[in-house]
Design a protein around this ligand. Structure first.
Ligand SMILES: C[S@@+](CC[C@H](N)C(=O)[O-])C[C@H]1O[C@@H](n2cnc3c(N)ncnc32)[C@H](O)[C@@H]1O
Length: 337
């Protein structure tokens, strides 16, 4: 195939790969390869017909997620880490979230761009906010929060390694999800008082996670909506992770003003985001995430570092700056005078 045609055909059929892996996850095909086994055995363990199951195995091998030795299929290292349902890094949560929510919304991508508007009403017949639709049933909350927890871990490790928590006494993580950052902070800085604030619909999930890891008496959980300003007060270090991008620029301003109002004088605010490059040349994932925000959220959009920091200054933050840390995110920092 001519290389330009091959390149474009590869992009256009990119969903073949994502759908193949999502199907294999739903059918627990990867679980059925532990221990390694011949196609007949893998398909029998997964409860799928050999003929169609074999097509799946051939495709997964071509994608290098599995390999064969003596006719027995075995998992690659990446598959062992992320595709087996007993692994702490299992990505099946993400596959289901994509199938149930994102894939139908992306099906109307051109219309979203034509109208500069999300497609929630068209796809789900529901004009409530993104999080109201997403958080209707506990299984969908778990899918969303669990996969975000897996994606967040390299960022959490980078922030613990590089951010200086020592000047602070009281830390709150707003929109904490599965609580991986506050748990790591509580573990590494035992003298710091640690709390989280979550939307009421997600707070039960956060509490369960903290309880299960033994943090029930160490991390307070407040229910609140940062857009409405019902936030706990008096925390001298406030973090907001991967949430500004979920909201329209006007709402981001309201969120920043509400946070500033809840902070004592001299306190520090940190947002962790994956900003666009300064010249808007990517990165690829952030640029596609911005389209994802368009089709799904309430006007959410990705921004450059300077755009975020400009909004911090407009809201009244001083000494605004960015800090690069190991891992996928950047810290955007502001202080209250
Ligand atoms: C994209 S997730 C990010 C989760 C986690 N903070 C991270 O950094 O990976 C956004 C989180 O913010 C919470 N959230 C969204 N809107 C909120 C609001 N208005 N007030 C409080 N929390 C909110 C959601 O429930 C969700 O847990």
């Amino acid at each position: 195939m001519e290389s330009a045609v091959k390149e474009i055909a590869g992009i256009l059929t990119g969903f073949f790969q994502s759908k193949t892996v999502a199907a294999a996850l739903e059918l627990r095909i990867f679980d059925a390869m532990d221990p390694p086994a011949r196609a007949e055995v893998v398909c029998r363990r997964a409860g799928v017909p050999l003929a169609s199951g074999k097509r799946l195995l051939i495709a997964l091998e071509a994608m290098k997620l599995i390999s064969r030795e003596n006719d027995e299929y075995r998992l690659s290292d990446a598959a062992k880490r992320c595709l087996v349902s007993t692994s702490p890094q299992w990505m099946g949560w993400m596959a289901r979230h994509c199938d149930v929510f994102l894939y139908p919304l992306w099906g109307q991508c051109a219309e979203a761009i034509r109208q500069d508007e999300d497609r929630r009403t068209a796809v789900f017949g529901d004009n409530r906010s993104w999080f109201d639709i997403l958080y209707q049933n506990p299984r969908d909350v778990a899918d969303f929060q669990e996969f975000l927890g897996v994606l967040a871990q390299p960022f959490v490790d980078g922030m613990i390694e590089s951010f200086d928590f020592s000047p602070y006494r009281r830390f709150i993580d707003i929109g904490s999800g599965c609580g991986s950052l506050p748990m790591s902070v509580a573990r590494s800085h035992p003298k710091l008082e640690v709390a989280v604030c979550e939307l009421p619909q997600a707070a039960a999930f956060t509490r369960e996670k903290l309880d299960a890891r033994g943090f029930k008496d160490h991390i307070a959980v407040f229910e609140g909506n940062v857009l409405e300003g019902d936030l706990p007060r008096g925390f001298d270090l406030v973090h907001l992770g991967w949430m500004l991008h979920d909201y329209a620029i006007e709402s981001q301003r309201t969120i920043l003003e509400n946070i500033l109002a809840a902070m004592p004088s001299g306190a520090t605010f940190v947002a962790s985001e994956t900003p666009l490059n300064d010249d808007e040349s990517g990165p690829l994932f952030t640029s596609l995430l911005s389209i994802n925000m368009l089709v799904s959220t309430d006007g959410g959009v990705e921004s450059t570092t300077e755009e975020y920091l400009g909004r911090f200054r407009d809201a009244g933050f001083v000494n605004t700056r960015a800090q690069t840390i190991p891992g996928p995110r950047k810290l955007l920092i502001g202080e209250k005078a």
